[in-house]
Design a protein around this ligand. Sequence first.
Ligand SMILES: Cc1cc2nc3c(=O)[nH]c(=O)nc-3n(C[C@H](O)[C@H](O)[C@H](O)COP(=O)(O)OP(=O)(O)OC[C@H]3O[C@@H](n4cnc5c(N)ncnc54)[C@H](O)[C@@H]3O)c2cc1C
Length: 364
Amino acid sequence: MEKVDITIIGAGVIGLSIAAEMARPDLNVFILEKNPTYGGGISSRNSEVIHSGIYYPDGSYKASLCVAGNKMLYDIASANKIPHKRTGKLIVAIKDEEMEELERLYANGRKNGVTSISMISKKQIARMEPNVRARAALSLSDTGIISVHDLMNYFLAGAQSRKAHIVYQTKVVRIEKESDRYRIFTRNEKGENFEFSSAIVINAAGLESDTIANMIGTNYHLHYCKGDYCSVSRVKPGMVQRLIYPVPPNNHVGLGVHLTLDLNGRFKLGPDTTYIDRREDYRVAEEKADLFYQSAVKFLPFIKADKVHPDMSGIRPKLQGPDEDFRDFVIKEDSSGFINLVGIESPGMTASPAIAQFVKAMLF
Ligand SMILES: Cc1cc2nc3c(=O)[nH]c(=O)nc-3n(C[C@H](O)[C@H](O)[C@H](O)COP(=O)(O)OP(=O)(O)OC[C@H]3O[C@@H](n4cnc5c(N)ncnc54)[C@H](O)[C@@H]3O)c2cc1C
C-alpha cells in the first residue's frame, strides 16, 4: 500500500495555509479535496474581512489566532501583491442602551491585545464618515478586506513549490488507525475506491470536519448556521470609506447585519444568522432584502429600499448550537499524529496563517 507522510483533508483556506506551512521537499504531503477545485466550500462564501480580534473571549484561540493572523495577513498580502485594503471599521451605537456593550467591546479588544482601537464621538464620526448616523462608535484601524481567492492561490502555489500534491475529486470516506499510522479510504468522482496510509493526518474539512474527526472515535457535532447577504446597488462611490457594523448581540452567534465593501468598492449587507438543517442550501429568500434594509437604514440613512437585492450566502460550521454559549475553535491532536480542526468559523480566514503555524508547532 502507498505510504505518505502527511495528509491534509480539505483544500479551503485552512487546509491550504497548513499545506503551505508544512510542505518540505523531503516530505510527502498530500492535500485531498472532494470538489473539482480548491476553495469551493466556506472559504469562497464569506465577507473577506481581515478582522482585528475584539469580539472573542480573552484567552480563546479565536482571539489570539485572529490578532496574530491579522498582522500576518497584511504582511503576506503586501509582500506578495495579494489584493487587499486596510479600510478600517466602525462599530456604531445608535441608541443609548448600546453604549455599555460598546464599552465592553473596547475593554475586551484591549485585553485581546488589539491596539488599533479607539472610542470616537458623534462629531468625530461626522468628520470620518459624514453619511453614517450614530451617537458614538468604536474605530478599528486594522480591520480590512482581502481577496480570499488570491490568498488561497498564494498558499497553494507555496505548498506546490515545496513539492506538496493536491488531489481533487477525492472524498475521504473512512479512516482506520493501524499501529502508528492511519489508513485512509477515498472515493473519486467515478466511484472508484483508493486507499493509502499516512503517518500524520490533518482534518481541515470545514463543514464536514466533525464527520471526519468522528471516523477516529471522537464525538463532535457541528450545527450549520447560514449567513445571507444582500447587495446594494447604485450607491455613489465614496459614500462610505470604512466597514460599518452595528453593536452585535452579546451571544457570539453573529456580528449583526453590517456593511462591507469589496475590493471594487461595491456595497454588501449581511451576513445574518439562521440555524438550518444539515444541508448546503445557498438560496437567499426575497424577503431578506427588506429585512436587511430595515436593519441597515438605521445607521446608513442613504440606503434606498428598492436598491437592496438578495445576493450570496455562506454556511458557518458552528460548535455552538442555538441558545448555547460561546464555543472556541477546536484545534486538537485527538489521536497521536491526527489533528482535528473543527468549528473553524469566523475569524478563520483572518486566523489562517496563525493557525497553520500553531498546527506545525503541535507536530514538529
Ligand atoms: C457567512 C460567513 C462569513 C465569514 N466571514 C469571514 C470574514 O469576514 N473574515 C474571516 O476571517 N472569516 C470569515 N468567515 C470564516 C471563514 O470563511 C472560515 O473560517 C474559513 O473559510 C474556513 O475554511 P476551511 O478551510 O476550514 O473550510 P472550507 O473552505 O469549507 O474548506 C474545507 C474543504 O474540505 C473539503 N471536504 C469536506 N469534506 C471532505 C471529504 N470527506 N474529503 C475531502 N474533502 C472534503 C470541502 O470540499 C472544502 O473544500 C466567514 C464564514 C462564513 C460562513
